[in-house]
Design a protein around this ligand. Structure first.
Ligand SMILES: *Cc1c(COP(=O)(O)O)cnc(C)c1O
Length: 444
């Protein structure tokens, strides 16, 4: 197969006629609960480009939601996963084990923060990893309560719906939800009433007070937090917040779980985003970027906590599938060889300076934030009131899509445009994507 040309090309309306035909077939047989941001049907993808069935080539600022950080057809991922496919597709690690699973656990022990003894368990999806982190923390502490944060997102299964903050579309009509889940404030600097500079300590004090008074620290098995909140709007908890919660957890025998499913694996310019404030989690959940697009997730953490669950208590038929493990080893090799942490920081520098210049021109931009290649702009109707502007956000995303730039939205108020390019995207495509965003502001 020839390499996918790394250039944008728009040859039909988007979506084009072939995509529309497929969309009609899809609508007849695929449940409407499963949505699509942009219903162009994909023929090939790789580097910073997605090619659709009509021959359009879109610039990819989504990476399949922060998954294809090494690209959607990375050489090492394809090579290792293909070789594994030919050898065997599955045996079930719980029946007869294989080396790839062990090698991924070794890589996770090496790459995650902290030099303590670590162990891992592998699963299929992010939500499954989070659920298992809760099982492990409960087994270790013999406590039940789980504390999560405003604007947090942890998945769509029953327990993780309970952990997730936002009702629509994730939870609405799908209750009852799992018990013993408590939500406390997070340091959302841009919207903190007394200003971003106070958000860290004030939010931490409020969170700790609520945990202490409403739940009782001695009842809490785990606190679970995204070091950069993803679906909630690319919120970086204001400085000091994470260390305060980390310290509170340590002081009270609570398992501190960093959900790095979106922010991990070079996305923010570190192997894991919690490293920026020197946080060493007890458990860390990973998925998305881990395996170049193959379904794999993990819980990694202190050996004594990970070993608290009895033998046979953790697992699943497909967890740590050998092809997915091979893909992860290929993705991790690529991240190291191409130094994708440095690349993420380069992307941040380009994006932040271009977006800051746009913020000078367009009042609708209330905030530019994020780290590495996890960058967002929050859109408002008025910079004083900060009233969210979801309509402008949707219109801008649509305008970008029409020009062949795939962007995603997020945020509790639906007013955040987020940019998650593959870390291997070329500088030209990155700048062309930013040109399209700038033109979209002028048009909308
Ligand atoms: C995507 C995500 C999840 C859920 O992962 P799935 O693979 O979709 O189940 C959990 N936590 C965070 C932070 C995520 O971004």
């Amino acid at each position: 197969m020839t390499a996918l040309p790394q250039e944008r090309r728009v040859v039909t309306a988007i979506p084009g006629p072939k995509s529309q035909e497929l969309q009609a077939r899809r609508t007849a047989v695929v449940a409407q609960g499963v949505g699509s941001t942009l219903p162009v049907f994909v023929a090939r993808a790789g580097g910073g480009v997605i090619e659709d069935v009509d021959g359009n080539r879109l610039i990819d600022f989504g990476s399949g939601i922060a998954v294809t950080s090494v690209g959607a057809s990375a050489e090492a991922v394809v090579r290792k996963a293909s070789a594994q496919l030919a050898d065997f597709t599955h045996t079930c690690f719980m029946v007869t084990p294989y080396e790839g699973y062990v090698a991924v656990a070794e890589a996770l022990a090496e790459l995650t923060p902290g030099d303590h003894a670590k162990k891992s368990a592998l699963f299929n999806s992010g939500a499954e990893a989070v659920e298992n982190a809760v099982k492990i923390a409960r087994a270790y502490t013999k406590r039940q309560a789980v504390v999560v944060f405003d604007h947090g997102y942890h998945g769509r299964t029953n327990l993780t719906m309970a952990l997730t903050a936002k009702n629509m579309p994730y939870k609405h009509g799908f209750g009852p939800f799992a018990p013993e889940v408590y939500r406390v404030p997070v340091a959302y600097g841009y919207r903190w009433p007394t200003g971003a500079e106070n958000a860290g300590p004030e939010a931490a004090a409020q969170a700790i007070d609520q945990i202490s008074k409403q739940v009782g620290a001695e009842n809490v098995a785990a606190v679970i937090i995204e070091p950069v909140l993803g679906e909630g709007g690319f919120i970086e908890p204001a400085k000091g917040f994470l260390p305060a919660i980390r310290e509170f957890a340590s002081d009270n025998g609570i398992v501190f779980v960093a959900d790095e499913i979106q922010s991990g694996f070079c996305r923010t310019g570190q192997w894991f985003a919690c490293e920026d404030e020197g946080i060493v989690p007890d458990l860390i959940t990973t998925a998305k970027g881990i395996a170049g697009g193959l379904p794999l997730s993990a819980v990694t953490g202190r050996a004594e906590i990970m070993d608290a669950a009895h033998s046979g208590g953790l697992g699943g038929t497909y967890g740590g599938n050998p092809v997915a493990c091979a893909g992860a080893l290929g993705a991790i090799e690529t991240m190291k060889e191409l130094d994708l942490n440095a690349r993420a920081k380069d992307i941040e520098a380009v994006m932040k300076s271009r977006l800051a210049a746009m913020a000078e021109k367009f009042d609708v931009i209330g905030d530019v934030r994020g780290r590495g290649a996890m960058i967002a702009i929050e859109l408002v109707k008025d910079r004083e009131t900060k009233e969210p502007n979801p309509a402008a956000t949707a219109a801008l995303a649509k305008a970008c899509h029409q020009e062949g730039l795939l962007v995603l939205t997020c945020g509790t108020y639906g007013n955040v445009l987020r940019f998650l390019p593959p870390l291997v995207i070329g500088e030209d495509l990155l700048n062309e994507g930013l040109d399209i965003i700038e033109q979209a502001f002028t048009r909308v």
